[in-house]
Ligand binder design. Structure first.
Ligand code: IMP
Length: 190
């Protein structure tokens, strides 16, 4: 089976490709010649994931899946949440986003947070949604070189390392995207 993963994010592509069995061939947006920025204007993570698959279906006529992810911080009333990518500005700069987050949390004792990934699937005229959540805390400073986005400041529950310090395999096993992808694979195999 060939399925478009509606992302231009090579890190996401790498994470998902590491999880799917070889009988599911993942095709990227670049592979189908889609280089435009797909609109993400919904006020919810679910809404954005659905918006991406609808865009691909309408403009390219292909079955696909898309993920949208947000970092939800309890003491910030759920921010940055659906606005995680543009938290510090529209250029979507990961370093600036992390700096802003660490500044917002200065002096705060409760640093509990979770990542939420929603994967939306468009297949044979039907839509399905899969959700993955990973609980953790925001560290006091950036740690680690791996991963992407907010990984250097997110420490999953039960671990002493950030996602940026953990191997991809480990992040995929316990992480938000990995959990959502496992459900997607189960559905595709059913
Ligand atoms: P989006 O799902 O690409 O819209 O991502 C929203 C924001 O969350 C961006 O700033 C991403 O860099 C960040 N993000 C998405 N997934 C992850 C992850 O697995 N780890 C860390 N940051 C992430």
């Amino acid at each position: 089976m060939k399925l478009v993963f509606a992302t231009n994010n090579l890190n996401k592509l790498k994470e998902v490709q590491a999880l799917v069995p070889p009988q599911i061939e993942i095709v990227s947006l670049a592979d189908i010649g889609c280089t435009e920025d797909i609109p993400e204007t919904s006020p919810t993570i679910e809404g954005n994931a659905k918006q991406k698959i609808q865009y691909i279906k309408q403009n390219y006529g292909m079955d696909c899946f898309a993920d949208d992810t947000g970092l939800v911080v309890d003491i910030l009333n759920g921010a940055p949440g659906v606005y995680s990518a543009r938290y510090a500005g529209k250029d979507k700069n990961a370093k600036a986003n992390m700096n802003k987050l660490l500044n917002e949390l200065t002096g705060k004792e409760n640093r509990d947070a979770h990542f939420k990934t929603v994967i939306a699937l468009e297949l044979n005229g039907k839509q399905k949604v899969f959700t993955g959540i990973c609980e953790g805390t925001i560290t006091l400073k950036e740690k680690g070189q791996g991963g992407f986005g907010y990984d250097p400041v997110f420490q999953p529950k039960g671990y002493t390392k950030t996602f940026a310090e953990l191997p991809l395999l480990e992040k995929n096993k316990i992480g938000h995207r990995g959990k959502a992808v496992q459900q997607l694979i189960k559905f595709l195999n059913s």
